[in-house]
Design a protein around this ligand. Structure first.
Ligand code: SF4
Length: 436
């Protein structure tokens, strides 16, 4: 029998990318293979994200695009997964009756039985927070060869309740996967060609599936032969414990790049955001991290125009950015998330948010560019991932996560090489092999 086709559209963060991979694998066991074309699909699954403004509305309008397909082929099954599925639940089927299946992020292991139910003409809804670990119940990853980098989710959920964030509501309380299971999955990935693993979690440094916390897990992973690089994201400053700071200095496989969001530089706004730390505490933490690993590149997230943010508060954010010098950053205008505490506070006018975002991004871009330009003349280690756009070119990532282009022969994806950086472009570096 010809395999059935599954089209998954993934929105949002790397955790959703990982979840989509695992859902595809779970459905592989039910005779599905993935397709890039919704027109060919027997099942369409939207793996949604609730972080952006009007996320649910965007999902409804995306669903509207499949109406014609569903009308032409009534046996096509349509599902919604991810954080919008969790937040909206049954409402999705009420507003879009053509949706057959709604599955929250903690219930993906139940997808095969849900699929069977919708195939027999029913509807399936599961937005529970079950006790069991969904990853244990998902089928093992197939043994096929894969690229040199992979994500591996080790933690989900968050107990921090930042005033702007829906994660604690859509993903639930913090849960960590036991270290032994993470190690088994990591070894399996390495056998299949992976050389760099990024450990994922909504609040990954709160990981407690190993006696030594995330640092303990990283040291254990560093023992896995063939695994050359370890990264982790995303972290909360308050969970950056001493052992994890130290690991940046002592674990060679832990890459010198850390995404450590602060969101704002004004203590008043940090308090309103319920971040539970001050700007000064964040800056002292960065000092300790840089003492452990002097070449550490920092990345951050910033929200501008949070309710009640004044120009002076915004200036404090710019001052903090000046003090840290970020290698990269993500920045957004605050937008209300219904149901979160910040949505109830007096809002900053939209034009002021626009103006502040532009000024903040100009500073971040300047810093990013100057740190990137400073790599020229230096040697970096590049893990090559794929051919570049030009013939004979390969592209990979440095330890600092810069994209590096090299024109060379004899290099294949998965190779690690020392590269002398010769020039810096808007978003990437160019270099040559430097075997010495
Ligand atoms: S720590 Fe991150 S995931 Fe948790 S509530 Fe705050 S922003 Fe959301």
């Amino acid at each position: 029998m010809a395999p059935k086709k599954l089209y998954i559209k993934t929105y949002g963060c790397q955790m959703n990318v990982y979840d989509s991979e695992r859902m595809a694998e779970a459905m592989g066991g039910e005779g599905y293979e993935t397709t890039e074309r919704p027109e060919d699909a027997d099942m369409i699954l939207l793996n949604t994200c609730h972080i952006r403004e009007k996320a649910a509305e965007k999902v409804y309008s995306e669903l509207g695009r499949y109406k014609g397909l569903k009308a032409a082929r009534p046996d096509l099954k349509i599902g919604v997964a991810g954080c919008v599925a969790q937040a909206e639940g049954e409402e999705i089927m009420r507003r879009q009756p053509m949706v057959d299946l709604v599955v929250g992020p903690q219930s993906y292991h139940r997808l095969p039985e849900m699929e069977a139910k919708v195939r027999s003409g029913g509807k399936a809804l599961d937005t529970d927070f079950p006790e069991e670990d969904k990853f244990d119940h998902l089928k093992g990853r197939p043994k096929a060869k894969r690229g040199p980098t992979a994500f591996l989710t080790v933690q989900e959920g968050c107990d921090k309740f930042c005033a702007f964030c829906v994660v604690p509501y859509t993903r639930g309380a913090e849960v960590s996967r036991p270290a032994e299971r993470v190690l088994t999955e990591a070894r399996d990935l390495v056998e299949r060609g992976v050389r760099e693993i990024t450990l994922l979690g909504q609040n990954v440094n709160a990981y407690h599936g190993h006696d030594g916390g995330l640092a303990g897990l990283i040291h254990a992973l560093a023992e896995v032969d063939g695994l050359e690089r370890i990264r982790f994201t995303t972290s909360h400053p308050n969970d950056m414990d001493e052992a994890l700071i130290e690991a940046h200095g002592t674990c060679d496989k832990l890459m010198p790049y850390l995404h450590l969001p602060v969101q704002a530089g004004s203590d008043k706004i940090l308090k309103r955001m319920n971040r539970q730390h001050t700007a000064e505490q964040y800056l002292r933490l960065i000092e300790r991290l840089r003492a452990a690993r002097p070449d550490l590149h920092l990345s951050g997230d910033f929200i501008v125009g949070f309710p009640e943010e004044t120009e002076a508060d915004f200036q404090a954010t710019l001052d903090l950015i000046e003090a840290v010098e970020y290698g990269s950053a993500f920045s957004f205008k605050y937008s209300e998330r219904p149901g979160t505490p910040a949505a109830e506070r007096p809002q900053v006018p939209e034009d002021e948010k626009d103006d502040r975002l532009q000024r903040l991004q100009a500073l971040l871009t300047k810093q990013q560019r100057s740190l990137q330009d400073a790599m020229v003349g230096r040697d970096v280690h590049v893990l090559f991932e794929k051919p570049g756009r030009l013939p004979g070119q390969m592209v990979g990532k440095s330890e600092y996560l810069h994209a590096v282009h090299v024109e060379t022969s004899g290099i294949v994806p998965g190779d690690l090489a020392r590269i002398r950086i010769e020039s810096s472009g808007p978003n990437s570096l160019k270099g040559v092999m430097n075997p010495l």
